[in-house]
Design a protein around this ligand. Structure first.
Ligand SMILES: [Zn+2]
Length: 453
């Protein structure tokens, strides 16, 4: 048998052992938002890494600890794995078909909170290391694992951790915490994530709500103040009206647009899944739709709250109004610069009474589709998947990839066992075993590829 054949049969023969470890991990309810199970889960991750012969350390941060592990390889090259051990809350518990923190197997699927996001992905990386070490007697490249515990609460301490430990985290390439196949089973590479800027607005016009008959003609109304302020931020044409908002945008290249054009048109799927009858500005799928979807920054009202919302009528003039808003940013917009421009804009428009609280954010970042590491990941995928890799130059969502590309200057590939039905963050989160097997085989080939094989 060739080395690859031996690796593949090793992977197929050892699944139960890895699912046992996955079961242990999923049994720890490491819900960052509820501050549960964090120390216990970090300890377990540390032990799983040590069991691979890696030197591992639980590093405290201002928030949840990071588990950092390193192993030497035959070549001078180094691969960095980024994963997280925290999970989303499991509620609503009654919608789970089996207990959320017990790994359950039904058919060829595994179910538990975290099985897809991100504990299953973490185990798939350990499995690939196991297979390569068992068959080749060592590692062809150095490996570093960075496993954080705050991904599901926006990784507040990760950028600082990476900046402080940049020397120690030095690597030639990075594998991201997630990866997926699409509806048709083709592997998908996301080469960029948008940035985000999240703000909360608050207006207070009086100490208490008032009778609208008494106050309607003579009191300011917090709900109107907020509505007018929001109206000044974005118009019905979709353009953001904050001066300078679009200043630092780097437009997509011809290569980016070619990649977008090669992607399947999924507009009809969106229509069906979400029940939307039309898209903004009369768009109807196609390359222009894709470009708008990922390369144009957004301004979204995520929540609005003021006055009476119960049944029937209540004639009240609200003293307070609140809204939440996120901006999805594209390279090279900077969230803190956007907040500063937003505050200045509201002031200039006469809305100095609208308080803006910055709840957090991060910049967009991208990896070059022609980077040799990315090309290697695509080549190796073709040995495992029967459909060609779909390359997304950018995707609409956000994640903490900027500190990796900025401080570590690594190309980042998204390789993993996700699929559109994984129900990450929702009840009955699951992973399909055949996806796991293909991911481990792909990862093992990438590890070999880093060593020049
Ligand atoms: Zn998640």
């Amino acid at each position: 048998m060739s080395t690859l054949e031996q690796i593949d049969s090793y992977i197929e023969a050892n699944l139960e052992r890895w699912f046992g470890e996955l079961g242990q991990l999923c049994a720890v309810p490491s819900v960052a938002a509820q501050n549960r199970g964090i120390a216990e889960c970090a300890q377990l991750v540390h032990e799983l890494l040590v069991a691979r012969g890696l030197s591992s350390e639980i590093v405290p941060t201002a928030g949840n600890p990071v588990v950092l592990a390193e192993g030497a390889g035959r070549s001078g090259r180094r691969l960095l794995f980024y994963n997280h051990y925290d999970v989303q809350p499991a509620e609503p518990l009654e919608l789970w078909e089996s207990p959320a923190f017990e790994l359950a197997r039904r058919g060829d699927q595994l179910f538990a909170r975290g099985v897809a996001d991100d504990k299953g992905e973490f185990i798939s990386r350990l499995a690939a290391i196991d297979a390569v070490q068992a068959i080749t007697g060592g590692l062809p490249c150095g490996v570093t694992f960075l496993v954080e515990g705050e991904e599901e609460i926006s990784s507040p301490n990760l950028p600082g951790f990476i900046a402080e430990n940049a020397e120690r985290l030095k690597a030639d390439a990075c594998l991201w915490e997630f990866g997926t196949v699409n509806y048709e089973g083709a592997p998908v590479l996301f080469l960029g994530l948008r940035g985000i800027c999240y703000v909360e607005f608050s207006v207070k016009t009086a100490e208490i709500d008032a009778h609208s008959g008494l106050a309607g003609s003579i009191f300011p109304n917090a709900a109107w103040r907020l509505t007018w302020a929001l109206n000044s931020i974005k118009g019905p044409d979709g353009r953001v009206r904050i001066p300078g908002f679009y200043d630092n945008i780097v437009p997509p290249t011809a290569r980016d647009l070619d990649l977008l054009t090669a992607l399947p048109d999924e507009s009809e799927k969106y229509r069906q899944t979400y029940g939307v009858t039309s898209f903004l500005n009369g768009m109807s799928g196609g390359p222009e739709f894709r470009r708008e979807e990922v390369f144009v920054p957004t301004c979204t009202i995520c929540g609005l709250d003021s006055g009476y919302q119960g049944p029937g009528s209540k004639t009240v003039l609200p003293a307070q109004a609140k809204a939440k808003m996120d901006f999805r940013l594209v390279p090279d917009q900077d969230p803190e610069d956007i907040v500063a421009k937003l505050r200045k804009h509201l002031q200039a428009e006469g809305f100095g009474d609208v308080e803006v609280t910055y709840l957090g954010g991060g910049r967009a970042a991208r990896t070059d589709p022609d980077d040799p590491f990315i090309q290697m990941v695509i080549r190796k995928a073709s040995e495992v998947y029967d459909k060609p890799t779909q390359v997304w130059p950018m995707v609409g969502g956000s994640g903490p990839n900027y500190p990796f590309t900025h401080h570590l200057k690594v190309p980042i590939a998204t390789v993993g066992s996700g699929y559109p039905g994984a129900q990450a963050h929702a009840p009955n989160e699951n992973m399909r075993i055949p996806d796991f097997v293909r991911t481990v085989k792909h990862l093992a080939r990438i590890v070999l590829g880093m060593g020049g094989n």
